[in-house]
Structure formats: structure tokens, C-alpha cells
Ligand binder design. Structure first.
Ligand SMILES: NC(=O)c1ccc[n+]([C@@H]2O[C@H](COP(=O)([O-])OP(=O)(O)OC[C@H]3O[C@@H](n4cnc5c(N)ncnc54)[C@H](OP(=O)(O)O)[C@@H]3O)[C@@H](O)[C@H]2O)c1
Length: 348
């Protein structure tokens, strides 16, 4: 079988460079082109010395017509809105597309317009997009040609709540999601608000009651529950480079339900999942154990008042972005789902 040709648009960013790192050792994949506007013409190693296997490979500008024949799969690691048109261009010309931005995640274009303050210009392509969370949508992903790769916060929140909602052991009201992210979640672009002196030693909430991942979380949890869910979601900025942890609170329908019973529901739901790792009772996730990996680790407890507490941790750049995108590529192309992801080392 011929190798899969992969094009990465936005390869000079944090998620794009993680795609380069993860794809490099996969024998079945050749990275054939990578784009950057600011760094077009520069070598990859000039920006990312650790990606030494790309020595001599240069960034090129995103000229869609010039890239079209270079790829079987197009990873788009661009800011939202910049992705809309490029996704449609490659997809409508028969290519498989995995979009890491938010442009194709919200099924209702009006909800997208409300939260992102721009029109969705390609509603027909939007209808064909499959939400790329393998633990929920593996069968659809297998036959999809356009994947909307999930956001990082939604990945933690949905995986933390999926088994409990599916088994209907929690109420669909009063779900609270308290999340913390490392600074790479904001991307590589320079911005004073994310510079070292503004972040180091601090810890704060942002996007309070207004973060754009809220409708994405609501959309997916509602689909699992089969009825509308509107969560309370507050993200916080951790003074670390990468890693994300969410603590989720949801009332148990039966406040007397034993934690052992809840735990076995989670264990059953994820027993065949290579990257959803339910920890033993009494153990809780730590960002340091998932950083660099494609794992989502999950721990849980029940409060005296009948509230289920679920804690989930991922690397925002891996299971929250590039790793999940490669997981989706593996499923779409019939590769082993863990190809390139199973042995990813924990990074310091
Ligand atoms: N960071 C995360 O943890 C995370 C997690 C999940 C999803 N995402 C999503 O993934 C996407 C990429 O995020 P990121 O963190 O990797 O961002 P980033 O570090 O800021 O990188 C953005 C990339 O897009 C390129 N770019 C920017 N504007 C462009 C334009 N108008 N046309 C063509 N290329 C353009 C940049 O190239 P230049 O070299 O020209 O600047 C760069 O390569 C975003 O939509 C983000 O929301 C991010």
C-alpha cells in the first residue's frame, strides 16, 4: 500500500508542530507539505530545533491550488475563521480533511455565528462534518471525509461526563465544569496577556460565563443525554506551558448510589478505549502524568451531598488537538488507531 500523504496547514503553530512531532515516526505517513505565512521559506528546524528529522524541510505559504495534489489528508491547524474556506476547498475536491479549529464543530451555523461573531459561509460542508471524538463517534469517523476535531476543554468535559450521562445516573441540570489550562492553549502568537511576566506566579479565571467552548460542550452532552443540557463552565489559566485538567460536578439521581457502582460504569464504558484511562478509586489525574501523551486520565469521587465529582486530565496539544487528530486519521485510513500514539513519552 502506498504511504498516506499528509499536508499540515499552520505547521508553525503549537498544534501544527505537535502534528509534525507525532507524524514523523509513522512509517505509513509522509508529511509532504507544511505551511506558515510568517515563516514561509524558513526551515522547520529554525523554529523547532527538536524536530530534527525535518532538517532541510521548509515551510511554504498556504496557496490552496499549489497544495491540492500534495496530500491525501489535510490537517488544518489554523485559527478559526481562517479555516472555513481552506477546509471547504480541499474537502470539495475529494480530499480527507481534519480541521483542528472550531469552524466545523457546531452543527447549527446560527450557534456558530452567535458565539464566533462571523457567518458560516459553507453550511453544506458543515453538514458533512463529523465531530472527531473517537470514544463517541468512532463508526462515523471511519466513513467520514471531514472531521471537526474537538476543542481541548470539551474533550476533558465530555469524556468526564459521557458514561454517567449515557447510563442516566446524573441529572441533566446543575452540571458544573471547572477547568484549568496551560498557556499553550492560547496558541503561539505573541500577546502581552500571555507573556511570561503576566502569567508566571499567577492563576486566574478567564472567559467567565462566556467561553466559546460552552456551546460545543452543551451540544455534545445534549446529544448523549437526548435532551438539552446547559452547563456552567469556567476556564482558568495555569502558569504552565501545557496540560489541562477539568473537575466536573454533577448531582447523582440516586444520592445513595455507591462509588463502586459509578466506577464500574466508567470502567465498562472505557474498557476498550486505548486513550481513556479510568484510574483506580482513590487515585486522581495529574497533568504531569499525561503531558506529551494522547491519554485522558479520569478519576472520581462522590461527595456526602450526593454530587458526583469527576476529574479528567489531558495534554491540550495532544489528546486536546494534534494527537486526537492523528487518532482520527488512523481511523479514517484504516490504520491501527494507536499508530504513532501508543508510545508517546510523557514530556517534562
Ligand atoms: N493550542 C491548543 O491547545 C489548541 C487545542 C485544540 C484546538 N486548537 C485550535 O487549533 C487551531 C490552531 O491552534 P494553535 O494553538 O496551533 O495556534 P497557533 O500556535 O497560533 O498557530 C496558528 C497557525 O496558523 C497559521 N496562520 C494564522 N493565521 C493564518 C491565516 N490567516 N492563513 C494561513 N495561516 C495562518 C500560523 O502561521 P504563521 O507562521 O503565519 O503565524 C500558525 O502556523 C486553532 O483554531 C485553535 O483554536 C488549539
Amino acid at each position: 500500500m502506498k504511504n498516506i500523504k499528509a499536508v499540515i496547514c499552520g505547521a508553525s503553530g503549537y498544534t501544527g508542530s505537535e502534528l509534525l512531532r507525532i507524524l514523523a515516526p509513522i512509517p505509513a505517513v509522509d508529511v509532504t507539505a507544511l505551511t506558515s505565512e510568517q515563516s514561509a521559506g524558513k526551515e522547520v528546524t529554525a523554529l523547532f530545533p527538536h524536530l530534527h528529522t525535518y532538517k532541510g524541510v521548509r515551510f511554504e505559504p498556504l496557496i490552496k491550488e499549489a497544495l491540492l495534489d500534495k496530500g491525501d489528508v489535510f490537517f488544518l491547524a489554523l485559527p478559526h475563521s481562517a479555516s472555513q474556506e481552506a477546509v471547504e476547498f480541499f474537502h470539495s475536491r475529494g480530499k480527507k480533511v481534519i480541521d483542528l479549529s472550531a469552524d466545523y464543530r457546531l452543527r447549527n451555523p446560527l450557534v456558530y455565528e452567535l458565539w464566533y461573531k462571523i457567518n458560516h459561509r459553507f453550511p453544506d460542508a458543515l453538514k458533512q462534518a463529523v465531530y472527531g471524538l473517537p470514544e463517541l463517534y468512532r463508526d462515523k469517523i471511519r466513513n467520514a471525509s471531514l472531521i471537526a476535531n474537538p476543542g481541548c476543554y470539551p474533550t476533558t468535559a465530555i469524556l468526564a461526563l459521557y458514561p454517567a450521562l449515557k447510563q442516566k445516573i446524573i441529572t441533566t441540570e446543575h452540571i458544573v465544569i471547572d477547568s484549568k489550562s496551560g498557556v499553550s492553549g492560547a496558541g503561539r502568537k505573541s500577546d502581552v496577556a500571555y507573556s511570561f511576566c503576566e502569567i508566571a506566579g499567577g492563576f486566574k479565571a478567564y472567559g467567565v460565563a462566556a467561553h466559546r467552548h460552552t456551546p460545543e460542550i452543551d451540544q455534545e452532552l445534549s446529544a448523549i443525554a437526548g435532551s438539552p443540557i446547559s452547563v456552567t463552565f469556567t476556564p482558568h489559566l495555569l502558569p504552565i506551558a501545557r496540560g489541562m485538567l477539568s473537575t466536573v460536578y454533577a448531582p447523582l439521581k440516586d444520592p445513595g448510589m455507591s462509588l463502586d457502582e459509578v466506577h464500574s460504569i466508567y470502567r465498562d464504558a472505557y474498557q476498550d478505549e486505548p486513550f481513556a484511562d479510568v484510574l483506580p478509586l482513590g487515585k486522581y489525574p495529574d497533568i504531569r502524568n499525561v503531558r506529551g501523551t494522547n491519554l485522558c486520565q479520569i478519576g472520581m469521587a462522590a461527595a456526602e451531598n450526593g454530587t458526583l465529582i469527576v476529574i479528567s486530565a489531558i495534554d491540550n496539544l495532544v489528546k486536546g488537538a494534534a494527537g486526537q487528530a492523528v487518532q482520527n486519521m488512523n481511523i479514517m485510513f484504516g490504520l491501527d488507531e494507536t499508530t504513532g500514539l501508543g508510545q508517546l513519552p510523557v514530556v517534562p
